[in-house]
Design a protein around this ligand. Structure first.
Ligand code: PDD
Length: 286
């Protein structure tokens, strides 16, 4: 059983209905967020809501709720569902228009939808082993900083990995690392953690920020700068990070071992810090 929220009402997920005229369905015209909750407490709630507000304002989509109302509805969906750890999916589309026209229709009411699933983060065994990835040219659009539901390019790119039994696709644009199909990508070289700076070519990851904060606070050498494709291929360590995968070492890229082909010491260290930080946040109350 899973309880969802649709336009002000709570219901069973299987009961939820939207119109085929919804612009999310017709055009992928909407914003979304994925938020983790641990032991019933939402992780980095305000940071996710700030990113949502930024996506909405860039799409010219009126924000249907205040920050406080968003906090309430997100906390409420966690309380109404049974799992201690949850992955909350939140979506706002421009709404249902009477006719299908590309330009934004006047006076439509945004559709607001939230659902939740049990969150299963990678097991200790998977973390200890690492995962495999493939690479591809990043053929997405030039507003990858917006978290929109127009995700077909990301789905196509992730499918490349799935077809080869891999977890992620690492993306390169014009010879530089951007990110993964659904994650941020970090590299380690000679004891230095590197990640590309935020730009319109990548999503500003919430986990990306947490990892950089932890590295800076705890003295792990790190650099935010452009990363060349060659540097990725010659990395000692490669990590993918996201709200649902946390910090996960990639140990094979395109069939070749990354570094020694085993998760490196810096991934293990960051993984530990991340788990500690989660515990600390939960003690403070989310
Ligand atoms: N995706 N880059 C892309 C393209 C992503 O889709 C995601 C997350 C990230 C990592 O962002 P964060 O650390 O804020 O989760 C980076 C989510 C989990 C998804 O679409 O399911």
């Amino acid at each position: 059983m899973s309880v969802c929220y649709l336009n002000g009402d709570w219901m069973e997920l299987s009961e939820a209905r939207i119109s085929p005229m919804d612009r999310g369905f017709l055009f992928g015209d909407g914003a979304y967020e994925v938020l983790p909750a641990y032991s019933g407490k939402v992780f980095r709630l305000d940071e996710h809501l700030r990113r949502l507000e930024n996506t909405l304002s860039n799409l010219g989509l009126p924000n249907p709720m205040s920050r406080e109302a968003w906090r309430d509805v997100v906390r409420s969906i966690v309380a109404r569902n049974p799992w201690p750890d949850q992955s909350i999916y939140l979506q706002v589309t421009r709404g249902v228009a009477e006719v299908r026209t590309h330009a934004y229709p006047a006076e439509v009411t945004p559709t607001v939808f939230l659902m939740s699933e049990a969150l299963t983060t990678p097991s200790d065994e998977v973390r200890a082993e690492g995962v495999s990835a493939v690479s591809s040219a990043d053929f997405r659009w030039l507003r990858c900083d917006l978290k929109t539901v127009s995700l077909l390019a990301n789905c196509m790119l992730k499918q490349l990995a799935a077809e080869q039994g891999c977890m992620e696709t690492v993306l390169f644009r014009d010879g530089f690392l951007t990110e993964g199909a659904a994650s941020s990508i970090f590299v380690v070289h000679d004891g230095v953690l590197r990640v590309p700076p935020k730009s319109h070519l990548m999503l500003p990851g919430i986990t990306y920020d947490v990892v950089l904060e932890l590295a800076r606070d705890r003295g792990m050498p790190c650099q935010v700068r452009e990363v060349l494709e060659e540097e990725v291929r010659a990395a000692d360590e490669l990590w993918m990070t996201s709200s649902t995968k946390e910090v996960l070492p990639i140990t094979r890229l395109d069939g070749r071992p990354v570094g020694k082909g085993k998760p490196g010491p810096m991934a293990a260290q960051m993984g530990e810090w991340y788990q500690e930080f989660k515990q600390e946040v939960m003690r403070r109350g989310g």
